[in-house]
Design a binder for this molecule. Structure first.
Ligand code: BES
Ligand code: ZN
Ligand code: ZN
Length: 502
């Protein structure tokens, strides 16, 4: 894909499609009169009559009347100028991206200045255009032998603005980096589990590490046995697929004393084990590695942007299967931390693999931890499918995180974790902990269980069971994997890196 910045001169547009932001009173937009004289006076008439809609998220496509390369103009309704937010604009550009796929437009021109208002400056609009369109362009890879629906690519983008070329390109590139990382994570989530095994996920991570010069380590079953990772091993016990603990280190400086750990649940398929899921509950469980995908996506952004903060990524990858060897309710296992766990439900496997992954991240020097996982159906009951659930043990850390999530527009809501909740997690006649204290408020028990392994390390738990996949097509992409938390995790690292520079 080629991107270039040109001034605002409609007669020189080289693209097939010109994309124009259209506020309620477009005549207040700089250079609007030039667009009118380029297109013809009917433009003003059609805006007045509503044939070109200025309503937010309404798209009007008109043919271009002049001879030349330009075929069509997309008038993108932005609504009232004052109330347009960055979140609106991201979604609006997402919609534009989807329309480009639908119309197979390969050469586009975006009049960036037409998307700005008092709050959204040209740099933000540029960034959001790249991020929103980039996400909107995403197409789910498929295995159909009779269809070629994914053969569309965007070739050229012309950015029309009077602002500084270098600055515009750098903001646009950053938005593209974020969108591409999200789309990669989406593809991982969308991949079936017979294709994306733990071994395959590790191969993917290794390639990522090579691309960005991360230190890379991979623990297999034998290494896990040697170290005593009894929790992830128990989950893997019924599988013919080897488990993998995937470890990547991004060293921002020689001093490895201040390190943020990103820990992801990479359950490539969750049958529930002997506490087996229903036939309907099974469908979709290929996506139980959304946490791992979020961490891998965030690491891609980190590799591209090189923040000045050390990061360790730890991903626990395995499937949760049934066989004569599988672990069972009533089993007692010993985790890497030494803590013993009474298994009450083999379907509460995510917290088990995370227990060992979090312990390993700490052993490797993480002094901040964020774990991210499709952990419980409970979070969907509590918050729906558009909000990620969070727990934390540290107000300041969570505040920084929340600011990052507001910036990315990924809605996060914190639930409480009380001493009484912790007591229920620690209640067992035979072990230190139990893995399933009950169904009432069980999002809290899932995350709270992981919290037992972080001790006093500042920690945030993110339950993305609701947000990791969408059951419907939405403004920022199609049905399927969403890439939830990729952008927020990367933004958190960026913010912490700026804090440590201060
Ligand atoms: N992978 C599931 C959680 C999940 C549910 C993810 C729906 C995506 C959509 C997790 O391992 C699980 O099975 N959790 C149980 C916990 C219960 C046994 C305490 C659940 O949520 O029912
Ligand atoms: Zn489960
Ligand atoms: Zn699971």
């Amino acid at each position: 894909m080629k991107t270039e910045v040109t001034g605002v001169n409609f007669n020189e547009v080289q693209a097939e499609v010109l994309i124009v932001g259209t506020f309620k009173h477009p005549e207040n937009t700089q250079y609007w009169s030039e667009l009118v004289s380029f297109y013809g006076a009917s433009l003003e008439k059609w805006v007045k009559s509503g044939d070109i809609s200025t309503d937010r998220k309404k798209l009007t496509k008109l043919p271009a009347l002049q001879d030349g390369k330009l075929q069509r103009i997309f008038f993108v309704g932005l609504g009232d100028r004052k109330s347009l937010t960055e979140d609106d604009l991201r979604e609006i550009f997402g919609m534009v991206g989807k329309e480009l796929v639908a119309s197979k437009s390969t050469n586009i021109s975006i009049w960036l200045d037409s998307f700005t208002n008092e709050d959204i400056e040209i740099e933000d609009a540029t960034y959001l255009a790249a991020e929103g369109i980039g996400m909107g362009l995403y197409q789910v890879p498929h295995y159909k032998t009779t269809s070629n629906v994914n053969d569309y690519y965007l070739d050229n983008i012309e950015l029309l603005t009077t602002s500084d070329e270098k600055e515009i390109l750098s903001f646009f590139n950053l938005g593209q980096v974020y969108a591409e990382a999200v789309n990669e994570a989406r593809t991982l989530v969308n991949m079936p589990s017979n294709v994306l095994t733990a071994t395959k996920m590790a191969e993917y991570a290794k390639e990522l590490a090579e691309t960005y010069d991360f230190e890379y380590e991979e623990l297999g079953k034998a290494e896990m046995e040697e170290l005593g990772m009894g929790a992830i091993l128990a989950v893997n016990q019924g599988s013919t697929e080897e488990p993998r603990l995937i470890v990547m280190k991004y060293r921002a400086n020689d001093d490895w004393s201040d390190v943020i750990g990103l820990v992801g649940k990479g359950v490539t398929y969750d049958t529930g084990g002997y506490s087996i899921k229903s036939k309907d509950g099974l469908v979709g469980m290929k996506g139980d590695m959304g946490g791992a995908a979020a961490v891998l996506g965030a690491m891609r952004i980190i590799g591209e942007t090189s923040p000045s903060k050390n990061v360790i990524a730890v991903i626990a990858a395995t499937d949760n299967m049934i066989s004569g060897n599988a672990f069972k309710p009533d089993d007692v296992i010993t985790s890497l931390s030494g803590k013993t766990i009474e298994i009450l439900n083999t379907d509460a496997e995510g917290r088990l693999v995370l227990a060992d992954a979090v312990t390993y991240a700490k052993q490797q020097g993480a002094n901040y931890i964020v774990d991210v996982a499709t952990l419980t159906g409970g979070v969907i009951v509590a918050l729906g499918k558009d909000k990620t659930g969070a727990l934390t043990n540290n107000e300041t850390f969570f505040e920084t995180f929340l600011e990052a999530s507001v910036e990315t527009g990924e809605f996060v809501w914190r639930l409480p974790l009380t001493e009484k909740d912790k007591k229920r997690i620690r209640k067992s006649d035979v072990a230190d902990l139990n893995n399933s204290p009950g169904r009432d408020g069980h999002m809290i028990f899932g995350g709270g269980f992981v919290g037992e392994f972080v001790d006093n390390t500042p920690w945030i738990h993110l339950d993305i069971a609701g947000t990791s996949e969408s059951s419907v097509s939405h403004d920022l992409g199609p049905k399927g994997g969403t890439g939830s938390m990729v952008r927020t995790l990367a933004t958190l690292v960026e913010r912490m890196s700026m804090e440590s520079e201060e």
